[in-house]
Design a protein around this ligand. Structure first.
Ligand code: NDP
Length: 283
């Protein structure tokens, strides 16, 4: 079974569009997402375009704040502070990576935790690990949604996550644990990675190495979630999984593009609605 992130994403966005119209009626305004981009990095520009397009599609308010590559850290922090204090702004996102002269840690911590639609703020990260109410990071949240939508049972299953980054590997592992999977986190120092992965009923690859997961990594019938985004020499977008080789072995698999990627943006929209509702109901 191919888990089509594009189709799932579209139906979730269609439902949110209707929900947002109803929220506008009920609360007298629409959820508002502000996206900040610094500089002209083409990949960041392309991600931001996708986010703004989805924002418009779902009927949110908000817009893009564009700052030049050489903007000072102080100016960026002041911009964030302004948005933190704006009662009509529900979500703030600063597109990463930032230029070297700006501390990403400082910027992430400067965004008010209640408007942190990316779920990267230390308070949200801590709350996730403490099982407290929090804003979940978008890619891990999208992966769990994909597994749910594909009808993949997580409870009691063995899951292996390759990668231990703060934005993907570790939070995905935590969310799988919360769904009662038994989770192994693998990384660059894991011995005999293929044998570790072959144990998995659910295999999540979040490495950033083209086609590294071959058929010998996959237990027949396993669900394989490919988070990786890599470019081949001829410019083609591929994941961490050798899709053609793994497709006949896997029970379910996400393609790249069209798997986890669209879900990340859709979960950003979901998080914006959740931030809006938290703020409106805490008034
Ligand atoms: P990082 O570079 O932060 O982490 C990569 C992880 O892979 C590290 O934990 C590293 O191990 C591990 N790793 C590297 N080489 C190997 C190896 N040979 N064997 C086993 N493990 C290895 O990346 P991110 O987590 O930020 O992103 C991972 C991928 O997901 C990237 O391709 C990124 O572009 C993509 N991505 C996709 C998103 C989407 O929406 N689809 C969103 C975010 C990311 P160690 O810790 O030991 O160094």
């Amino acid at each position: 079974m191919i888990i089509d992130g594009k189709v799932i994403s579209q139906s979730l966005k269609d439902a949110m569009k209707i929900e947002v119209d109803a929220l506008a009626e009920q609360y007298g305004r629409r959820p508002c997402l502000m996206v900040i981009i610094v500089g002209d990095n083409p990949a960041s520009r392309s991600y931001v375009r996708g986010k703004i397009k989805a924002t418009e599609y779902c009927g949110f308010d908000g817009h893009l704040v564009e700052l030049p590559e050489d903007v000072s850290e102080a100016t960026l922090l002041a911009e964030i502070d302004k948005l933190n204090n704006d009662p009509l702004v529900d979500g703030i996102l600063v597109q990463l990576p930032l230029p070297k002269h700006i501390s990403e840690d400082k910027v992430i911590a400067a965004i008010s935790a209640e408007k942190d639609v990316d779920g990267f703020h230390p308070e949200n990260v801590a709350r996730l690990w403490l099982n407290q109410h929090c804003i979940l990071p978008c890619t891990p949240k999208g992966i769990i949604e994909l597994l749910d939508q594909a009808g993949v049972e997580m409870a009691g299953k063995k899951a292996v996550v390759i990668g231990r980054s703060n934005i993907v590997g570790k939070p995905v592992a935590k969310l799988l644990l919360d769904r009662n999977a038994t989770v192994t986190i693998a990384h660059s120092r894991t011995k005999d990675l293929a044998a570790v992965c072959r144990e998995a009923d659910i295999l999540v690859a979040a490495v950033g190495r083209a086609k590294m997961v071959t058929a010998e990594y996959v237990k027949p019938g396993a669900a394989v979630i490919d988070v990786g985004i890599n470019r081949t020499e001829d410019g083609k977008l591929v994941g961490d999984v050798d899709y053609e080789a793994v497709l006949p072995v896997a029970g379910a698999i996400t393609p790249v593009p069209g798997g986890v990627g669209p879900m990340t943006i859709t979960m950003l929209m979901r998080n914006t609605i959740e931030c809006f509702l938290n703020r409106m109901n805490n008034k």
